[in-house]
Design a protein around this ligand. Structure first.
Ligand SMILES: [Zn+2]
Length: 287
C-alpha cells in the first residue's frame, strides 16, 4: 500500500468490514439534506458509512458540497468516508484529488478494454500520490442512473478473471466487477447474477487485499444482498431505493407546511431508509 494510504478512511472502513464479513453502504447524495440524513442514520445505527457524490456535485456547487460532506464525515461520531463515484473524465479525476475525497472511482469503462486498463493504471498512481484510494471497473456495468452517463447504447461486458487480475496489478484498491448487475432498473429479464464469476473475482481480490464494490442493487432483496456479502462483496452502492421517501415527502409537503419542517422531516426520511439498509447489510452496531 502506498504510504499515504495507510490511514485512508474508505480503506479502513472496508478492511474492518472484510475482517467482520459484513457490508458497508456507499450511498449517493445530491444535496446537503441527504448528506445530513446519511450521517444521522450512521450515528443512530452505530454503523460505518461511505457517502458518495457524483462529479456533478463538484461542478454544480464549485466543490462546496464535497467540503460539506467531508465536514459532516469528520464531525460524525462513527467512521464515515467520502467517495467520488463514476468519475469518467481524466481531468476531473485530477481535480478531485485536490478536494477532500477519501477515495475516487476512476471509471474509464467507456473506453476500449486496453485503454480502460492503461488510463486506470496512470490515474490510480496519480490518486495514490494524493492520498486517495481508488475504485475501478473492469468490463462494463450496463445501464444508467442519475449522475452516470447512460451506456445503454453499449452492451455490458462481464468482468473476466484475467481483467480482474490486470486491474489488481494496476494498483486499484477497490474493484467493481460486472457479473450481471445493472445500473438503475432491471429489465423484464429480472436480476440474473453470475455468482461463479463473482467467486473467481473474489479469489483474485482476496489474495491481493483488494475489496469488491457492488453497483446496481436497485430492487435487491435483503436475502440477495446477504448472499452477495457472503460471496465477498464489501462496498454496496445504493441510490434510488434510499432517496424515494425523501422525494415523496417533498412532493407532498412543500408549500403545505413551513419549509424548515419539510427539511427536518425529509432528513428523517433519508435516515430511516438508510438505517433499514444498514441492518440488512449487517453494518449496524459495527462502528
Ligand atoms: Zn455505479
Amino acid at each position: 500500500m502506498a504510504p499515504l494510504l495507510e490511514d485512508n478512511a474508505t480503506l479502513r472502513i472496508l478492511r474492518a468490514a472484510d475482517q467482520g464479513r459484513y457490508g458497508v453502504l456507499a450511498v449517493v447524495g445530491y444535496n446537503l439534506e441527504q448528506v445530513l440524513g446519511f450521517v444521522k442514520a450512521a450515528e443512530r445505527q452505530k454503523s460505518p458509512l461511505i457517502i458518495q457524490l457524483f462529479p456533478w456535485a463538484m461542478t454544480s456547487s464549485n466543490g462546496i458540497l464535497v467540503h460539506a460532506a467531508a465536514q459532516a464525515a469528520r464531525q460524525a461520531s462513527v467512521p464515515v468516508a467520502v467517495h467520488l463515484d463514476h468519475c469518467q473524465d481524466e481531468e476531473m479525476v485530477k481535480e478531485a484529488c485536490l478536494l477532500p475525497f477519501d477515495s475516487i472511482m476512476v471509471d474509464m469503462s467507456h473506453h476500449s478494454k486496453e485503454e480502460n486498463l492503461a488510463k486506470t493504471k496512470e490515474l490510480v498512481a496519480y490518486c495514490h500520490a494524493h492520498g486517495k484510494a481508488t475504485e475501478a471497473e473492469p468490463g462494463r456495468i450496463e445501464g444508467g442512473e442519475d449522475g452516470v452517463s447512460d451506456t445503454l447504447d453499449l452492451a455490458g461486458l462481464m468482468t473476466s478473471a484475467e481483467e480482474a487480475q490486470q486491474f489488481v496489478d494496476a494498483g486499484v484498491d477497490l474493484l467493481a466487477p460486472a457479473f450481471g448487475n445493472v445500473h438503475g432498473e432491471y429489465g423484464p429479464r429480472g436480476i440474473v447474477l453470475d455468482f461463479e464469476r463473482l467467486e473467481q473475482v473474489n479469489k483474485i481480490t482476496g489474495a491481493n487485499n483488494v475489496l469488491i464494490a457492488l453497483h446496481g442493487v436497485t430492487g435487491y432483496s435483503d436475502a440477495l444482498l446477504q448472499q452477495l456479502i457472503a460471496a465477498g462483496v464489501r462496498k454496496i452502492n445504493v441510490n434510488k431505493d434510499i432517496l424515494a421517501g425523501y422525494y415523496a415527502h417533498l412532493e407532498q409537503k412543500v408549500n403545505k407546511i413551513p419549509f424548515t419542517q419539510v427539511v427536518d422531516e425529509a432528513v428523517e426520511k433519508v435516515a430511516e431508509a438508510l438505517a433499514r439498509q444498514m441492518d440488512a447489510v449487517g453494518s449496524s452496531g459495527k462502528a
